[in-house]
Ligand binder design. Structure first.
Ligand code: NAD
Length: 422
């Protein structure tokens, strides 16, 4: 079993020990947990396209539907050379937890194709998207399973998939995919949603802890979609961003960085190692960034960034997870013992899936919201999720991560029992 799946299943098992006190029928409770540990359906097979040279190319494809007790399955599709069934299963399980914690009416799923998309031509990428859509057509739909973009897939891939799916079923069904371009029924505000949602959560946390935003410093690992928008919105709130990195290097300035200037540099294709350093700035490594003495450390790049090997260097007051799974279990336990709050990924980066939910709502209603309404609804939803978790954290005297897992698992268990699935 791979490490990510092991960690996801351990989180459920650990949380179930806490939750069992709330359920008098222990036999039913045990059966529900056993069911939640296993996906409801694993769809796997091979899909083929005709390559540039006229030769057939075949790829392994997955869609794993973890749990739909709370609503249709929901989760992205990734195209990546190194994905495995275990990884897709782990990610589908985490999607069930994320949707439950955000309080949006979905279950969890994930999809993937084992492929290195950088080796595909534009035409091959389109054909692969169409082949994948045909492969999953019998299992998806607005009230069944709603895929979205993930690693190496985007609005364009969703457009190809939507077209192939609609052709196959013989009718329009935009609510089957989210993350679509606005022209095809995508939602305004989706691109920025994960970063913006994170900024709302940080705002709630700071308010609760009565921290002074003006004197709070922030270091962010990663400056892609999530890192950039998060940086943009938290600097607008008045936080001082002292460090940011990409995969090539980090940039540090004790006076605070100009996010717009960094973004313009990246838009021209630059790598931070070549950034024209001004007075008061210096280049730092990603490891140095993780060890900076700041108020808020934000891993926003990749999984397993903070591990047992570097966690002792972490000197931040709060670790705010914007990437998926950036802190390993050992590192998380260490930070908890040290009294460092870790705001967990399933809460802090749930803005993306929340606005995907709004996209689905708009598609089903055939009526489209203004960007202002999308942002207001996102703020309401994610701020409530934070407040719900904070209450559990205080009542049970547990970490934010445990509280988030507690809330999400409880919501799934209750839905399973109400449906009489055990
Ligand atoms: P992205 O590809 O747009 O950006 C990733 C950033 O990380 C880039 O700046 C890249 O240079 C940097 N990076 C890559 N390797 C690095 C390394 N070794 N050290 C430091 N930086 C490195 O990706 P994204 O969409 O911003 O996603 C970032 C994370 O957030 C991922 O874990 C993703 O799963 C998660 N996430 C994304 C969304 C979303 O809506 N995009 C939603 C939820 C979670």
């Amino acid at each position: 079993m791979n490490a990510m799946l092991n960690a996801a299943l351990n989180q459920i098992k650990e949380t179930s020990l806490l939750l069992s006190e709330d359920y008098s029928d222990k036999k039913t409770f045990k059966k529900v947990i056993e069911k939640i540990l296993v996906p409801q359906k694993i769809i796997k097979g091979k899909i083929s396209i005709t390559g540039k040279s006229g030769k057939k190319k075949t790829f392994k494809a997955y869609r794993i539907q973890h749990n739909d007790a709370r609503g249709p399955f929901k989760g992205g599709i990734r195209f990546h050379a190194n994905i495995s069934e275990d990884e897709v299963r782990a990610l589908s399980t985490l999607m069930s937890l994320k949707c439950a914690v955000a309080g949006i009416p979905y279950g969890g799923a994930k999809g993937g194709v084992v492929v290195d998309p950088s080796k595909l031509s534009k035409e091959e990428l389109k054909n692969l998207s169409v082949a994948y859509a045909k492969f999953v057509t019998p299992y998806i739909g607005p009230w069944r399973d709603v895929p979205a973009p993930d690693v190496n897939t985007d609005g364009r891939v969703m457009s190809f998939m939507l077209e192939a799916y609609e052709k196959k079923i013989g009718q329009m069904a935009p609510a089957t995919f989210t993350g679509k371009p606005v022209e095809l029924g995508g939602s305004l505000g989706r691109t920025e949603a994960t970063g913006r949602g994170g900024a709302y959560v940080l705002q709630s946390y700071v308010k609760l802890k009565k921290l002074n935003i003006k004197t709070s410093s922030v270091a962010i690992q990663g400056f892609g979609n999530v890192g950039y928008y998060f940086a943009k919105f938290v600097s607008k709130l008045g936080f001082k961003i002292v460090a940011i990195s990409d995969s090539s290097s980090g940039i540090y300035s004790s006076k605070g960085l100009n996010i717009q200037a960094l973004s313009e540099f990246k838009d021209k294709g630059g790598a931070f190692k070549d950034f024209p350093i001004e007075k008061g700035m210096k280049l730092i490594s990603n490891e140095e960034l993780l060890g900076l003495s700041v108020t808020v450390l934000v891993p926003a790049a990749l999984e397993n960034a903070i591990t047992k090997d570097n966690v002792e260097n972490v000197s931040a007051d709060v670790v705010f997870e914007m990437a998926n799974g950036p802190t390993t279990t050992e590192a998380d336990n260490y930070l908890y013992e040290k009294g460092v709050d870790v705001i967990p990924d399933i809460l802090s980066n749930s803005g993306g899936v929340t606005v995907s939910y709004f996209e689905w709502v708009q598609n089903l209603g055939g009526y489209y919201w203004t960007e202002e309404k999308v942002n207001d609804e996102l703020k309401k939803t994610i701020t409530k999720a934070f407040a719900d978790i904070d209450k559990i954290k205080k009542d049970k005297r547990i970490s934010y991560r445990r509280a988030a897992n507690y809330l999400s698992l409880k919501r799934i268990i209750d839905a399973m029992i109400l449906r009489g699935r055990v």
